[in-house]
Each structure stands twice: as structure tokens, then as C-alpha cells.
Ligand binder design. Structure first.
Ligand code: ATP
Ligand code: MG
Length: 258
């Protein structure tokens, strides 16, 4: 299973929207896909129509209780897409794990024997705390949603420092599969400027596909649906399909099932 963490410690930059829609796009392309909601806010779970009351086993059980991953996995309305949901309980995990020696590797250990999915996306909370650390330690690679705004690059350098620390201590092979520009508004000159700066600074690391600011993307979660299902032809959905194609091109060929 290829494991991709979707992280940026800045809040509201499009992590969850990206996680839901890239996971849906991969599932639609035939990949057996797992989405792990590692954010106590549970937005990815809600956005995929999983009511709180139905979240029997969650990422909290996976991380803290040691429940096997396949027991925490739930179906979604989308064929090929399953989820390990989260609830607010997960906010206690950081404290509960603080004294555990393996606290940074809990997720990696929990997924080590997991079979049945070809790709997994991990939706991280907006912080660089223990939950995100677990995601980065468990992941093969990282995808970073970046909103084109003035402070974007500052936050990014902090994230990249964290990646280096994780590479040094827990996960030497952690890669960065790409940075995806989100909520792009071509009528806004600052957006253009920031996007140019980011591309100049980071070159090929930035995906060609850019996610536009699109009202359908923000409406879809309130219907418990990925935008790709809610309105598959809107500009946002098309952008996420393009992102998925690009992502597949960037995955290590030897890890892609024949
Ligand atoms: P958090 O840090 O709280 O987890 P996040 O990084 O996961 O936030 P999202 O929840 O995906 O960010 O997005 C924040 C808000 O912006 C949501 O209301 C979402 O619907 C909206 N949004 C995300 N991407 C877009 C977009 N491309 N166009 C319009 N609205 C968007
Ligand atoms: Mg989120």
C-alpha cells in the first residue's frame, strides 16, 4: 500500500478537501483506496457522509487502543473507497500517548501488516503535533496543499524543517510527492504573485494542476459527498481529476500494481 500524508500545519488551506477528492478520484480510477481521518475535527469523515453515531471504530482505536486497521475501516458511498473515520476522541490521543515510547510510530506499526488497499491518504490536523508526526512517520510520501496567500511560504519552511527532522529520526525514506496550490483565484493578483514565487522557489515540486477557488467544492461536504460525485464536471472536480492523473505519474512505478 502506498501511503500519502496530506499535511500543512496551517488551518483551512484545503487539506481535507484535497484528501476527500483525490481519494475519490483514485478510487474512481480503480484503485482500492483508504482514507484515514487523523484529525479530531472529523471533517473528512463528515464530508464523506459518515454520521458521528456510525463511527464505531475510529483512528483513535487504531492509534491508542491498537485495534487492527481492517476492524476500523468503514465503507463509503463510493466504490473502492473506504475510510477510517475520526471523532473528537482523537484529540485526547496526544496526551494519552505522551508517555509511550513508540508514540511517534503508532500509525506506522498499525498499518504495517495491513492489506486490502493499494493506496492510502492520511488527512492531518492543522498542527505539527503528535498526530501529524505519526502520519509523517507512517507515510511513504507527503502531499502539501498550499493556499496562495502572503504567509504561505513561511509556513511551508516550518513544515519542511519538520520533514527533515522526521527523515532524520523516524522515516529516512519520507518523500514529498508534491505541493498543490489550492483556492487559486486568477482574478486576485496576489494569488498570481504567490503562485509565481512558489513555482520559482520550488520548481517541479509544485503540481501543474492547480485547484481553483470553486463554490461547488465548498458545498459538497454539506451533502456528505465528494465534489467529484456532487458535481463531477465543475471546475474543482476537473482540477482534482487532473491532480490524480499527475499524482499517478509521480508514484514509484515498481509500487503500482500491474
Ligand atoms: P483544517 O486545517 O481545519 O483541517 P483544511 O486545511 O482541511 O482545514 P478544508 O477543510 O479542506 O481545509 O477547507 C477549508 C474551507 O475552505 C472549507 O470550508 C472548504 O469547503 C473550503 N474550500 C477548500 N478548498 C476550496 C476551494 N478550492 N474552493 C472553495 N472553497 C474551498
Ligand atoms: Mg481538515
Amino acid at each position: 500500500m502506498i501511503r500519502i500524508a496530506i499535511a500543512n500545519q496551517k488551518g483551512g488551506v484545503g487539506k481535507t478537501t484535497t484528501a476527500i477528492n483525490i481519494a475519490t478520484a483514485m478510487a474512481a480510477t480503480g484503485w482500492k483506496t483508504l482514507l484515514i481521518d487523523l484529525d479530531p475535527q472529523g471533517n473528512a469523515s463528515t464530508g464523506l457522509g459518515i454520521a458521528s453515531a456510525d463511527r464505531a471504530r475510529t483512528s483513535y482505536d487504531l492509534l491508542v487502543e491498537g485495534t487492527p486497521a481492517d476492524e476500523c475501516t468503514m465503507a463509503t458511498a463510493i466504490p473502492n473507497l473506504e475510510i477510517i473515520p475520526s471523532t473528537v476522541d482523537l484529540s485526547g490521543a496526544e496526551l494519552e500517548l505522551v508517555a509511550e515510547e513508540n508514540r511517534a510510530t503508532r500509525l506506522r506499526d498499525a498499518l504495517r501488516e495491513h492489506k486490502g488497499h493499494e493506496i492510502c491518504f492520511i488527512d492531518c490536523p492543522p498542527s505539527l503535533g503528535l498526530l501529524t508526526l505519526n502520519a509523517l512517520t507512517a507515510a511513504d510520501t507527503l502531499m502539501v496543499p498550499l493556499q496562495c496567500e502572503f504567509f504561505a511560504l513561511e509556513g511551508l519552511s516550518q513544515l519542511l524543517q519538520t520533514v527533515e527532522r522526521v527523515q532524520g529520526r523516524f522515516n529516512r525514506d519520507l518523500g514529498i510527492v508534491g505541493i498543490v496550490l489550492t483556492m487559486f483565484d486568477r482574478r486576485n493578483r496576489l494569488t498570481d504573485q504567490v503562485s509565481d514565487d512558489v513555482r520559482e522557489c520550488l520548481g517541479n515540486l509544485v503540481f501543474e494542476a492547480v485547484i481553483p477557488r470553486n463554490v461547488r467544492l465548498s458545498e459538497a461536504p454539506s451533502h456528505g459527498l465528494p465534489a467529484l460525485i456532487y458535481d463531477h464536471s465543475c471546475a474543482g472536480s476537473r482540477a482534482y481529476m487532473a491532480l490524480a492523473r499527475e499524482l499517478i505519474g509521480r508514484l514509484p512505478k515498481e509500487r503500482i500494481a500491474a
